[in-house]
Write a protein that binds this ligand. Structure first.
Ligand code: SAM
Length: 242
């Protein structure tokens, strides 16, 4: 698939459950989701009221709802066409065909948009961009990152990946990232260096099989946890990284 930049394209709560193998315990915790864009994860999970805390961050949230809708609609044509051209490179079990995929993504965006204004007012949708997060150390139990890191390996450098992982691990006890393939459906060239960097910084990192698969060979996430290091409480958001 050929994309020049990171595009807004959102997935549902059911997909997040599968991509990150989320348990009921995971969902009840303090959750942060980075690069959430027009996903309906936050809206749907808030509607069932499970999580102790749930925040989505994305630079896209600087825009109002109608502007986001326009961007997603522009993305729609490009992605559905690219997926049609590369039909055999995807697994057609969750979605029956590229049009069903496109319809599901527009539906996800509608659920997101219906919640967006209330969510912004409640602080559930925050404008922020990796590799910097406006949170104190250890504010979250689990941080998710879907379809940004590793997927956009051609657009985002290895240094950006490692800095982003370390920043997410600064604010959360555990980080999960999906997928691990890039847009060409190849294992990301940044994956092994990032894992090595995290291990040498004394984090525990593992690749885990998950129930969700769309890119052929793409049913895996990266899971990283603190290896017994203490996360110092920090009253100054955005300070004391590392
Ligand atoms: C393909 S969408 C994925 C949306 C959602 N996570 C999902 O899987 O449905 C990628 C998102 O990453 C966001 N993004 C781009 N650069 C970012 C950055 N530096 N930090 C956080 N998010 C970023 C984009 O605005 C876009 O909404």
């Amino acid at each position: 698939m050929q994309l020049q930049e990171v595009v807004p394209w959102g997935r549902s709560l059911d997909e997040y459950r599968g991509m990150f193998a989320l348990s009921e315990t995971d969902l009840r915790g303090r959750l942060l989701s980075c690069g959430d864009g027009p996903a309906s994860f936050n809206a749907e999970l808030t509607a069932v009221g499970k999580s102790q805390r749930l925040v989505s961050v994305d630079p896209l949230y600087v825009f109002a709802g109608p502007e986001i809708a326009t961007r997603v609609e522009q993305t729609y044509q490009t992605i559905v066409l690219q997926v049609k051209l590369n039909h055999d490179r995807y697994v057609w079990s969750y979605f029956k065909d590229p049009d069903a995929l496109g319809t599901a993504r527009l539906n996800t965006m509608k659920i997101f948009l219906n919640d967006y204004q209330a969510g912004r007012a409640a602080g559930r949708y925050l404008v922020a961009a990796l590799p910097e997060l406006p949170f104190n150390n250890g504010e979250f139990d689990l941080c998710l990152c879907s379809h940004l890191l590793f997927l956009y390996s051609a657009q985002l450098s290895a240094d950006f990946h490692l800095a982003s992982m370390l920043e997410m691990l600064r604010v959360a006890r555990e980080v999960r990232v999906f997928p691990l393939l890039d847009l060409d459906l190849q294992r990301s060239a940044h994956l092994d260096p990032v894992i090595a960097g995290l291990r040498s910084a004394n984090f525990y990192a593992e690749i885990v099989d998950v129930p969700y698969i769309f890119q052929k060979g793409g049913g895996q996430m990266l899971r990283v946890v603190h290896n017994g290091q203490r996360i110092d409480e920090d009253p100054q958001p955005g300070k004391n990284r590392g």
